[in-house]
Design a protein around this ligand. Structure first.
Ligand code: MG
Length: 370
């Protein structure tokens, strides 16, 4: 089997708001083969930058676009093809958008591999350790406590046993932050897990102070309180806070994750497969396991990411819980013809070959940037 084409589909809502909400657009990747098998992937990045990285011509041995490297290659050889892309982009890659572009292609290659062997991806990753993952409802903070509480109640009413709120306007003032945290805990009761995503709003001392202030509210974790490059801050915070510290969604390379684990000391390693890929995700998860850390996905996009995350989390020993984006827009909610199924607060592992999820051509057509 040979790769014959790599196409990209940039989907975007008609009105993109100035918020930290990455569900407002996405880039889908379609890899075609001469066997008629097609694989789908997704990249959560800047879609037009990733399109350029995929389509770029050859400059020299360490600067190449990705598509020309893969045409004619056997899509089943995911590990070798990852290294081929990595080595041919060293001059401008090794992190950020190049690795994110590689991640989307990697997911599509695993989708093809599953379809070629007539097996779900999880089986090719070593086999399913579980057939479902507990899901938490992942939300943006709303701009009032009242609207945020309404979202929290909706999460519990729809059967979720965990709920997260993140990003603006949280993090700016101690009193307002306390009002949000207190109101959410009151709304969801004592038995629902409450994850707090701070969105880089604090420095290390502020984070330690807030962590102490929030101890009575039993946070499941405190996520990304610091700038992603403040690794020494993460190290001190992880050592000093009573709560679990979670981070990793900004990182794409194994080297970045290893630093976050070793020097940053984080308790929960959050891997977005649409930015790190399945091939690398497994490497990072195994490293985290060797250091006694838990792994979660990061997912604020579509069912392609959700399905990839399920195969990945169900294949690793140290999976903790699964992020599921509940932003109510069509791209986040309606992309898949055959969406991932949910039952009693759990997402069910697809059993079809490959990812088990296919994009709906009507949604692609409706939101495609032409
Ligand atoms: Mg986050």
């Amino acid at each position: 089997m040979k790769i014959t084409d790599i196409e990209t589909f940039y989907l975007r809502l008609p009105n993109v708001e100035a918020r930290t909400d990455s569900s407002q657009d996405t880039l889908l990747i379609k890899v075609s083969t001469d066997a008629g098998i097609v694989g789908w992937g997704e990249v959560d990045s800047s879609p037009s930058v990733v399109q350029a990285i995929i389509g770029a011509p050859y400059s020299h041995t360490m600067v190449s676009g990705l598509k020309r490297l893969l045409i004619g290659e056997n899509p089943i050889e995911t590990g070798r093809l990852w290294d081929k892309m990595y080595d041919a982009t060293i001059f401008y890659g090794r992190t950020g958008a190049v690795l994110q572009a590689m991640a989307g292609i990697d997911i599509a290659l695993w989708d093809i591999k599953g379809k070629a062997f007539n097996q779900p991806i999880v089986t090719l990753l070593g086999g399913a350790l579980r057939d479902r993952m507990r899901v938490y409802s992942s939300n943006m903070f709303q701009f009032s406590v009242q609207d945020t509480v309404a979202r929290a109640k909706a999460a519990v009413d729809t059967g979720h046993t965990g709920v997260k709120f993140g990003w603006e306007p949280f993090g700016q003032h101690e009193k307002t932050d306390l009002a949000y945290v207190e109101a959410i805990r009151m709304a969801i009761g004592d038995d629902v897990d409450f994850m707090l995503d701070v969105g880089h709003a604090w420095d290390m001392k502020t984070a330690l102070r807030r962590a102490r202030l929030f101890e009575p509210y039993n946070l499941f974790w405190i996520e990304e309180p610091l700038h992603p490059e403040d690794i020494s801050g993460y190290g001190k915070l992880s050592a000093g806070a009573q709560q679990r510290i979670a981070a990793g969604e900004q990182d794409s390379s194994v080297a970045q994750f290893e630093r976050l684990i070793d020097e940053g000391g984080v308790d929960v390693v959050q891997i977005d497969l649409t930015r790190a890929g399945i091939t690398q995700g497994i490497r990072v998860a195994n490293y985290a396991l060797s250091k006694g850390r838990k792994v979660c996905n990061h997912n604020f996009t579509t069912d392609i990411n959700t399905a990839a995350s399920l195969h990945f989390l169900c294949a690793i020993k140290n999976a903790l819980v699964m992020e599921y984006c509940v932003e109510p827009n069509d791209i986040a909610r309606k992309l898949a013809l055959n969406p991932v199924k949910f039952e009693d607060g759990y997402a069910l592992l697809p059993s079809e070959p490959g990812l088990g999820v296919t994009p709906d051509p009507a949604i692609i057509e409706k939101y495609l940037v032409k």
